[in-house]
Design a protein around this ligand. Structure first.
Ligand SMILES: NC(=O)c1ccc[n+]([C@@H]2O[C@H](COP(=O)([O-])OP(=O)(O)OC[C@H]3O[C@@H](n4cnc5c(N)ncnc54)[C@H](O)[C@@H]3O)[C@@H](O)[C@H]2O)c1
Ligand SMILES: CC(C)[C@H](C(=O)O)[C@@H](O)C(=O)O
Ligand SMILES: [Mg+2]
Length: 365
């Protein structure tokens, strides 16, 4: 197939991990006979430096017209002055809003070879398989903001429609998994969370084959570490989802491992690792590219509908995590490029081994 993919390398380690992920997409195109066209655009601090804007109009137009968008990371100390008139992160939030990608899927699994890196030394860790569905275009991130010399506010607002659509997405996803949804809120304190809980409960009635439990976010932060194996799909609002998924990354072994897919109603989507620009390691060539490469697998699956290719990328990552090389954050001493090259080799081996199956499937239409 032909596909136009916009890349937004951004700041810090963003360009390093994006380059590795693009190499994987190019390899997928070569092995499976697709034509992927890449269009690199500016976002974040790099865009502020070049244009004064964190999301230039050209970049936004290209993203809207693309089949999929792959992002590295935005932000960094250079642009983090609290008095700065414009911030890199605004570009990312504006992009999410403009693309209407309200459902942010953040899958968490724990590779058996990395289970020792987790804060929990639990043999059941390898069975952890959680899909976080984070509401991405509402809540405190997008409410009205006020600022005076001695006070500031961030309005947190949710409408029933916003909660309902992400809840339906979570239940649909649960149907293809273990049919259990945990909805996380703070309904004992927040009015938005009570609206959230009422709406989730009502929508759940349309999915009698899926079980629902509600969990308050503070206790969820603890339970995620003490019994992560009991969760299947976890749906929650924007800010809680941001925090819980970074916590979840500790179970996997590193923030550098987790991918994400941000989806709306159309097939276009935004794909990015859940980590940030990692200023402490930027420019050193040691960033873990696995979260971004796994985001490529999600891009292939959700936007391009290339399931076999998505599985090939996941199998290649699985092989490399098992056998190495690994970056420092996961106990190795390899650089980003060495890991990329190992993934490319594993992908080539996988494609060669599965070639007859692939050709047969294509011959059948
Ligand atoms: N989607 C995004 O673009 C995104 C996401 C999160 C944070 N940020 C931005 O990134 C900047 C830095 O934020 P932060 O330091 O709180 O979080 P961070 O995710 O950038 O880094 C947190 C820690 O994780 C490590 N880490 C992150 N990614 C890694 C990788 N691929 N390989 C190895 N180690 C990795 C870092 O070295 C650091 O020690 C901020 O400006 C923040 O707003 C952007
Ligand atoms: C950079 C920031 C705006 C972003 C968020 O909070 O959504 C990041 O932390 C993430 O998890 O994607
Ligand atoms: Mg985050």
């Amino acid at each position: 197939m032909k596909a136009n993919i916009v890349t937004l390398p951004g700041d810090g380690v963003g360009p390093e991990v994006t380059a590795a992920a693009v190499a994987v997409l190019e390899a997928v195109a070569a092995h499976y006979e697709h034509e992927f066209a890449f269009d690199e655009q500016l976002i974040g601090g790099a865009a502020i430096d070049a244009t004064g804007e964190p999301l230039p109009a050209d970049a936004l137009d290209a993203c809207k017209a693309a089949d999929a968008v792959l992002l590295g990371a935005v932000g960094g100390p250079k642009w983090s002055d609290p008095n700065a008139p414009v911030r890199p992160e605004q570009g990312l939030l504006a992009l999410r809003a403009a693309l209407g990608v309200y459902a942010n899927l953040r899958p968490l699994t724990v590779h058996p070879a990395l289970a020792d890196l987790s804060p929990l030394k639990n043999e059941k860790l390898k069975d952890v398989d959680v899909l976080f569905v984070r509401e991405l275009t509402g809540g405190a991130y997008f409410g009205a903001k006020t600022k005076t010399a001695d006070a500031a506010t961030d309005e947190c607002k949710y409408t029933v429609a916003e909660v309902e659509r992400v809840t339906r997405r979570a239940f649909e996803l649960a149907r293809a998994r273990r049919r259990h949804v945990t909805s996380v809120d703070k309904a004992n304190v927040l009015e938005t969370s009570r609206l959230w809980r009422r709406t989730v409960t009502r929508v759940a009635a349309d999915y009698p084959d899926v079980t629902l439990e509600h969990q308050l976010v503070d206790s969820m932060a603890m339970l995620l570490l003490t019994r992560p194996g009991s969760y299947d799909v976890v749906v929650t609002e924007n800010l809680f989802g941001d925090i819980l998924t970074d916590e979840a990354a500790a179970l996997a072994g590193s923030l550098g491992l987790l991918p994400s897919a941000s989806l709306g109603e159309g097939s276009n989507g935004l794909y990015e690792p859940i980590h940030g620009s990692a200023p402490d390691i930027a420019g050193k060539g040691v960033a873990n590219p696995v979260g971004t490469i796994l985001s490529v697998a999600l891009l292939l699956r959700h936007s391009l509908r290339l399931e076999a290719e998505a599985q090939a990328v996941e199998a290649a990552i699985d092989h490399v995590l098992q056998h190495g090389p690994r970056t420092r954050d996961v106990g190795g001493d390899a650089g980003t490029v060495e890991v990329r090259d190992a993934v490319l080799k594993a992908l080539a081996d996988y494609a060669a081994t599965h070639r007859s199956y692939f050709d047969g499937a294509r011959a059948c239409g």
